[in-house]
Write a protein that binds this ligand. Structure first.
Ligand code: FES
Length: 142
């Protein structure tokens, strides 16, 4: 998948915020535009957005982390859907998530039908079972 994302800069972030700040409920449109521009919502953008909209950093961060569409690092063309349903949780997916936090961007999914051999993921549509943090990082190219 080819991406033409811009390199993040505070100046460009301010431009995007300024263009959308007058909307009613500007936070989500701003976050979407930032992600479309840079491929993610970098943590460094959060205090700038918070300052411009008179929100706390925690409020902005809360919205970024609440919506699974937003990511803090670019996807690098890999689609990673990591199963966080019960059987994979029992097989240690949350420990794996903690180990890759900030290194690998993924979307949660809830059961891929590979429960007996979890933790499981779909990587670019390909099922992968018995994941470890090291393997996930390698597969993600992180
Ligand atoms: S619970 Fe993860 S694949 Fe079913």
């Amino acid at each position: 998948m080819a991406h033409n994302f811009e390199t993040w800069s505070p100046e460009r972030t301010v431009e995007i915020i300024t263009a959308l700040a007058d909307l009613e409920g500007p936070l989500l449109p701003i976050l979407h535009e930032i992600q479309e521009t840079f491929g993610c919502v970098p943590p460094a953008a959060v205090p700038i957005i918070a300052g411009a909209l008179n929100l706390s950093r925690a409020e902005v961060h809360g919205v970024v982390s609440f919506y699974h569409d937003f990511r803090e690092t670019p996807a690098e063309g890999r689609s990673i859907k990591l199963c966080r349903a019960e059987a994979c949780q029992a097989r240690g997916v949350e420990t794996l998530v903690k180990a890759v936090d900030g290194k690998v961007a993924f979307e949660p999914v809830y059961c891929l039908g590979l429960c007996a051999s979890g933790p499981s993921a779909l990587i670019d549509g390909r099922p992968v079972a018995r994941l470890t943090a090291e393997r996930l990082i390698a597969l993600a190219g992180a």
